[in-house]
Design a protein around this ligand. Structure first.
Ligand code: ZN
Length: 279
């Protein structure tokens, strides 16, 4: 692992470019800058986190993710990664890099539940939630290098903490942002021909499971404000969809369960990425 100082210097340099080219007074990060920041940050995350390299798993998750992302209006080139940890979480990095943990995929009951989470994360990117957080920090001129914001808290020196830091920074969305992402996720799924019911059922199951497996779910709840209200709002949105729009929509598939079995048959995650060692 590279020294934290090296990484901070690298991000400080990127941040300086982003700031100076934004022009006086304007703090908007252009799409070009977003893509560059996202690419650099994704490279760093991939360096720090155990990414699953299995071709079949990656192909499945990228096909499903792209099918959803193609319904978005930004037409970004999305990439989906599976992180080898049993911690249940997912997060998105600006520019179109979406990370979903192995534990979340293994926990999903069906295709619709995984698709619901992917659509929610794609919606955060489509809505520029992560970029807006960066812009707000620039505007506030808090004296914090954008790089250190990107890296999360200073204790992000260990791989596990980078996981937390990335999750906290890019997935620590406000309740409002969470609701917006859910609201956009539903039409993304419907347009992709996928039944959005899993979006609500998965969240319900996580709330129910929180008491039983706190170490596996703590990160999810700290980065995705999740309340009964939010689930009810998602259920209401799904109930409002005209039934004809869901004709032929996919709820589940054999391929999903084949991919899931493949993941479950893999060796356990590295020790520092097991929820039992996190608390
Ligand atoms: Zn979210």
């Amino acid at each position: 692992m590279r020294a934290l100082a090296t990484r901070i210097r690298r991000y400080a340099a990127i941040a300086a470019v982003a700031t100076t080219t934004a022009g006086a007074g304007a703090c908007a990060i252009s799409q070009q800058q977003e893509l560059e920041l996202g690419r650099q940050y994704a490279a760093e995350i991939n360096d720090q986190l155990p990414i699953i390299e299995d071709a079949e798993v990656n192909r499945y998750v990228n096909l499903l993710g792209d099918r959803i992302a193609q319904q978005g209006s930004r037409q970004l080139d999305y990439t989906f990664f599976v992180v080898n940890t049993d911690v249940i979480n997912a997060f998105a990095v600006p520019g179109g890099y979406v990370y979903v943990n192995r534990g979340l995929i293994e926990r999903a009951d069906n295709l619709s539940e995984l698709a619901g989470v992917l659509a929610h994360e794609v919606a955060h990117v489509e809505l520029r939630h992560g970029v807006e957080q960066m812009e707000a920090m620039q505007r506030a001129q808090l004296g914090v290098a954008l790089g250190s914001i990107l890296l999360g808290p200073p204790q992000g020196a260990t791989a596990a903490a980078v996981n937390v830091g990335a999750g906290l920074y890019f997935a620590s969305n406000s309740r409002e942002a969470e609701n917006e992402a859910d609201a956009m996720a539903v039409p993304l799924l419907v347009d992709a021909g996928i039944n959005p019911r899993g979006l609500a059922t998965f969240f319900e199951e996580l709330i129910a499971e929180r008491e039983r497996r706190p170490s596996a779910l703590e990160q999810w709840f700290s980065t995705h404000p999740l309340t009964e209200d939010r689930i009810e709002a998602a259920q209401a949105r799904i109930a409002a969809i005209p039934p004809s729009s869901l004709d032929g929509a996919i709820m589940d598939s054999d391929n999903f369960h084949r991919m899931q079995s493949r993941l479950r048959a893999m060796p356990p995650p590295p020790p520092e990425f097991r929820s039992e060692n996190r608390q």
